[in-house]
Design a binder for this molecule. Structure first.
Ligand SMILES: Cc1cc2nc3c(=O)[nH]c(=O)nc-3n(C[C@H](O)[C@H](O)[C@H](O)COP(=O)(O)OP(=O)(O)OC[C@H]3O[C@@H](n4cnc5c(N)ncnc54)[C@H](O)[C@@H]3O)c2cc1C
Length: 426
């Protein structure tokens, strides 16, 4: 089979790219190994709600239509939202069509699937940034009787064995799971490394309102001082609960979660903990205050001080005078470990040499390096801070679709030609 472009994946990224390719009248197909919104259906825990408020899901040609813009969607609502997008778009979509290989070919690429082979000039990898939950090498050393689980497999606290639970990692996922498991009545210990503390609301506005209004979410990738670091930062320590409560370390401690340092090693049955807990907490507080200062300055500059609540600062993170450096797993009654230690993208089917030694696609703002006609979408800080958000992928897809059309030599309307030229000037 022949087409001009193959888009792999029918999550928000693949669908947004399809929207833009259709807008530019470019012949393409979207290939999805499962159903539309497959990752939201199969790889998220039951109680997860979006971190982003309803209003913040502006996809090209589709946005929030309900009457509760400030709430946070459940998984069922998120799936329904993306399904509705696909229905409106009616893209050239093949579901249950796993791509098993992508290779370079004389005229572009050959994409092999379980439903046949496509020859095309361009390929868009829209297969997600969070395919594999990462588990540190330490996982292999833990006692066999301990249940180890990642957020991709975790569903509810009821599925964990009776007894204490160690959650490793305190970004959004780890903090949310520590909160949920502790509230189910378990003893929870949270091992904390570098994290990004943030309040759910500040001065009466959602943190995402601030990120959006101040332009932080739109910050472009080519103006960031340390892009590699920005691309690897942990997610804000927030949740989208109806009561908008915080889930920072002070909030977790208040519901009985035991806060300890980063899990650094194992000796027999004893987990060795890093002595850096105080430092990482002070650093997180410092960065939080810097962020809030920036919001305050922006509010003052925009004459908002009287329209919103007064500025304030959250209490510093409480840290025990002498945090433990060891944790006896059996002695502490720990029966399960939840690894909330990050995710990574995975491309086992990609047979084009564009991965670095860590298996990451090498790209410049989504244009894959050294393989003309190959694009990637939906990765952290791909083109903007908001690139992995539902709200962010539309702008990236617009930019990359302009580049793709130019690459395949598709004729564009004059305003689209201008867009492409602007892209190349940046
Ligand atoms: C725990 C968690 C919470 C999040 N919460 C939010 C939030 O609150 N708000 C927000 O805006 N964002 C959130 N995100 C980030 C982001 O919106 C999601 O990760 C989203 O799923 C990314 O969409 P995507 O289309 O880029 O990738 P995915 O949704 O992962 O879609 C990729 C698609 O590619 C398909 N695929 C993969 N390999 C193949 C193959 N070989 N052949 C064919 N198809 C393939 C998959 O089945 C999948 O459907 C969250 C992410 C995580 C991990």
């Amino acid at each position: 089979m022949r087409t001009t472009a193959v888009v792999i994946g029918a999550g928000q990224s693949g669908l947004a790219m399809s929207w833009w390719l259709a807008e530019r009248a470019l012949d393409h197909v979207v290939l999805e190994r499962g159903e539309v919104a497959n990752t939201w259906r199969t790889e998220r825990w039951d109680s997860l709600t979006l971190l982003t408020p309803n209003w913040q899901s502006r996809l090209p040609g589709h946005g929030y239509e309900g009457d509760d813009p400030d709430s946070y969607r459940t998984m069922a609502e998120t799936i329904a939202f993306i399904e509705r997008y696909a229905t409106l778009l009616s893209p050239p979509l093949r579901t249950h069509c796993p791509v098993v290989s992508v290779r370079s070919a004389s005229s572009g690429y050959e994409v092999v699937t379980e439903q046949g082979t496509w020859q095309c000039k361009a390929v868009v990898l829209a297969t997600g940034a969070f395919n594999v939950a990462q588990v540190p090498a330490l996982g292999a050393e833990l006692p066999a009787g301990l249940l180890q689980i990642t957020p991709a497999r975790y569903r509810t606290p009821a599925e964990l064995p009776d007894g204490g639970v160690l959650v490793v990692g305190a970004a959004a996922t780890g903090a949310q799971l520590a909160d949920e498991i502790a509230r189910s009545g378990r003893d929870v210990t949270l091992a904390v490394g570098e994290h990004v503390r943030a309040p759910r609301t500040y001065r009466g506005r959602d943190i995402q309102w601030w990120m959006d209004a101040t332009g932080m979410n739109d910050e472009p990738y080519d103006r960031v001082e340390n892009l590699n670091r920005a691309r690897n930062l942990p997610a804000f320590q927030i949740a989208g609960y109806p009561d908008r409560r915080d889930i920072d370390l002070n909030a977790l401690r208040a519901i009985g979660v035991r806060i300890v340092g980063r899990a650094a090693g194992l000796r027999d049955d004893t987990l060795l903990l890093s002595g850096s807990l105080r430092n990482v907490c002070e650093l997180a507080d410092l960065k939080l205050n810097r962020l809030l200062n920036m919001f305050d300055e922006w509010a003052a500059a925009h004459d908002l001080d009287r329209a919103i609540d007064p500025a304030h600062r959250p209490a510093p993170t409480l840290v025990d005078a002498t945090p433990p450096l060891k944790l006896g797993l059996a002695k502490s009654g720990i029966r399960a470990v939840v690894w909330a230690t990050g995710f990574r993208a995975d491309y086992p089917w990609l047979q084009v040499p564009v991965l670095d030694r860590k298996g990451r696609v090498v790209h410049d703002g989504g244009v894959v390096t050294g393989s003309p006609g190959l694009y990637v979408l939906g990765l952290p800080f791909l083109r903007r801070r908001k690139s992995t958000l539902i709200d962010g992928v539309g702008d990236d897809a617009r930019d990359l679709s302009a580049h793709l059309c130019a690459h395949v030599g598709a004729r564009q309307a004059p305003e689209q030609e201008e867009e492409r030229a602007a892209f190349q000037r940046r």
